[in-house]
Design a protein around this ligand. Structure first.
Ligand SMILES: [Zn+2]
Length: 196
């Protein structure tokens, strides 16, 4: 661990007029990637700040989600930058976890993916949850090239996995936050919440 408190940047994918992938079949409602990405960002940020005392920067609060262009500018000066997304496929049964980033961040990507797998049993895609930043479908290269990680914990297009997200989102986000803290060797602060 460094002597200074690590600065973590958490951003929600897409933003502005771009809501990302959409699922309209689960419970006959509209579920957007942007909304889910904001929720992931907000919950993980809460746990890292509250339980671990880390400094967390975000690209908005609540449902605010700054466009990628602005999120990119925030990466510099962060010790870790994660852009939350969901994966999507026309194949509704496509499933699994992946994190796209530069090869030098492979171990960090695998830690995040494995954290989610530990509470969901979703399979690890790519190399134990890591994929090089050139793979995949999003306009995501920029975020990785700037040093960040594009994290896709599940497929929004898979109704079963979306149901698991809604049922377990705090557990999933806690696992992600615990994984981040582990990367930096940071322990819970006194009085921090204990794992539920
Ligand atoms: Zn996306």
């Amino acid at each position: 661990m460094t002597t200074s408190t690590p600065i973590i940047l958490l951003t929600a994918g897409h933003g502005g007029a771009d809501v990302g992938a959409v699922n309209t079949s689960y419970q006959n409602k509209t579920h957007t990637e942007s909304d889910i990405a904001c929720e992931m960002r907000n919950i993980v940020a809460h746990i890292l700040t509250n339980d671990y005392g880390l400094i967390v920067k975000t690209d908005g609060i609540g449902k605010q989600n700054l466009p990628l262009k602005q999120a990119l500018l925030m990466i510099k000066g962060s010790h870790l930058a994660i852009d939350f997304h969901t994966n999507a496929s026309v194949n509704k049964s496509a499933t699994g976890i992946e994190c796209l980033t530069l090869p030098k961040n492979k171990a960090v990507a695998q830690t995040l993916s494995q954290a989610v797998a530990s509470v969901t049993d979703w399979r690890l895609r790519g190399e134990l949850g890591f994929k090089p930043d050139g793979a995949g479908q999003h306009s995501r290269l920029a975020y990785a090239r700037f040093g960040g990680l594009v994290f896709e914990p599940f497929f929004i297009s898979n109704d079963e996995d979306l149901a698991i997200w809604y049922a377990k989102k705090w557990l999933i986000c806690r696992a992600i936050a615990d994984g981040i803290a582990k990367i930096f060797g940071v322990n819970k602060v006194d009085g921090g919440e204990k794992t539920a």
